[in-house]
Ligand binder design. Structure first.
Ligand code: ATP
Ligand code: MG
Length: 407
């Protein structure tokens, strides 16, 4: 059989990468690309980060990088990972390893010199492809190439055992399924994920949330999420998710395609939840989502049902992204296009009238100023944000009304 070669791709021509590879050249046949970079290049997809495997020990990696004048960061040195920072890019270099002990959360590793051993501890066959940077030869120890071709996601080894070693692999399974699935579904793997789901409680909420965010941030995670709900994968950390959550997510994803809108993570999360602000905030707190995300949930839920008449007011009170998400999630079908059109190419305006101006119109300084300003703002929003001249008219009207009341 003629060896498969890695297709040429732009990322391979980076000068920094070439310097890193030259620094790591060694007697075991030199460093190899591994993981996502090999997988995605074979599929003709863009590559965002390049992982490199080497038989050199981490200290040696650091030494060689430093001798070559490349910054070496010991990111995960105890696991064998060193980051090379060169010309604005980062390359993760990991020494070949084998697992000596696992507890479902973390592994104790030993360094190795055998490529197949290193491949065996990786999660899926399509993630255990290596390529020689010089010749482009692809090394495939577990039939990853044919799985890639038929879009089959397969654990390396026994799925039950691999999940017990590291429960995060359950969520990784559904993430990679959403990205690369489409072929025959491995019933045994799905069953192993379902049986192991309870083990997710052993993981930190941050790790779960990070992996869940990656799943929800994919272009089309609907089939994966549907299967996850079906198999009880969410139960340990999102028991409130109902079966209909996948339908709501599907609706959002379809709308994104229909209106050519980008993926929004807060919207993707909210599609899964009920429209109760308190309940959504509980979920956000449980998953330790960022404060920005929590506030983002509340802004979108407070928006109610956007219509062409109120959508700019929603954007003004929150921001354009929140208003757009609220439209995508909650507007009725017939209103959505016009709502989006009203947000496009529109900058949130500011009220030009300030308190000082009201005082110069005769309003006594004090709490009445802020109150009147609020009334002017409300009328201005109601009238769809007219310009300075109309704002002044509104101010004169409101100030006069207040003064009449006072006298
Ligand atoms: P992405 O494009 O999402 O970065 P990737 O395949 O590079 O995809 P990473 O999470 O960056 O995924 O991991 C790099 C490689 O490390 C994987 O391809 C896989 O071989 C291995 N790996 C990562 N996490 C695990 C895990 N929990 N168990 C086993 N192998 C893993
Ligand atoms: Mg990667």
């Amino acid at each position: 059989m003629t060896p498969v070669r890695l297709p040429d791709a732009e990322w391979q021509h980076d000068d920094g990468l070439k310097r890193v590879l030259a620094a790591l050249d060694d007697v075991y046949g030199g460093p190899r690309y591994v993981g996502g970079a090999v997988r995605d290049t074979l599929l003709g997809l863009p590559v965002s980060d390049v992982d490199i495997a080497t038989a050199l020990l981490p200290e040696e990696v650091i030494n060689r990088l430093e001798v070559a004048g490349i910054k070496a960061i010991p990111t995960g040195i105890e696991h064998g990972t060193v980051t090379a920072a060169v010309t604005g890019k980062n390359y993760e270099i990991t020494t070949l390893r084998r697992d000596v002990a696992t507890d479902g959360r973390r592994a104790t590793v030993a360094f190795a010199t055998d490529w197949q051993e290193d491949a065996a501890r990786r999660d899926f066959t399509i993630n255990a492809l290596y390529a020689d940077p010089e010749s482009g030869e692809v090394f495939d120890y577990f039939d990853g190439l044919s799985d890639l071709e038929t879009r089959r996601l397969r654990f390396i080894g026994d799925a039950h055992q691999r999940i017990a070693e590291d429960f995060l692999r359950i969520l990784r399974y559904f993430r990679f399924l959403a990205r690369y699935g489409g072929g025959q579904i491995d019933a045994d793997a799905i069953e192993a994920c379902a049986n192991g789901a309870h083990g997710l409680t052993a993981l930190s909420r941050e790790r779960i949330a990070q992996e869940l965010s990656r799943i929800l941030g994919l272009k089309n995670p609907v089939a994966s999420v549907d299967l996850m709900i079906d198999k009880g994968i969410f139960t340990p950390f999102l028991p409130e998710l109902s079966k209909s959550a996948a339908d709501k997510l599907r609706h959002l994803v379809e709308r994104e395609a229909q209106f050519k809108q980008p993926v929004s993570l807060p919207a993707r999360f909210l599609a899964l939840l009920t429209r109760d602000i308190v309940a959504a905030d509980k979920v956000a707190a449980r998953l330790k989502l960022s404060n920005k995300m929590r506030e983002g949930f509340a802004q979108r839920l407070r928006a109610g049902v956007p219509t062409p008449a109120n959508v700019r007011a929603i954007a003004y009170r929150a921001d354009i992204d929140a208003a757009r998400d609220a439209v995508m999630l909650y507007a009725v079908d017939t209103d959505a296009p016009e709502c989006l059109a009203r947000l496009e190419q529109w900058d949130i305006p500011t009220l030009v009238i300030k308190g000082g101006e009201l005082i110069s119109m005769g309003l006594p300084p004090g709490p009445l100023v802020a109150k009147t300003l609020q009334a002017i703002e409300a009328a201005w929003i109601q009238e769809d944000f007219p310009g300075a001249a109309r704002q002044r008219e509104l101010a004169v009207q409101m100030v006069n009304a207040v003064l009449t009341e006072l006298n």
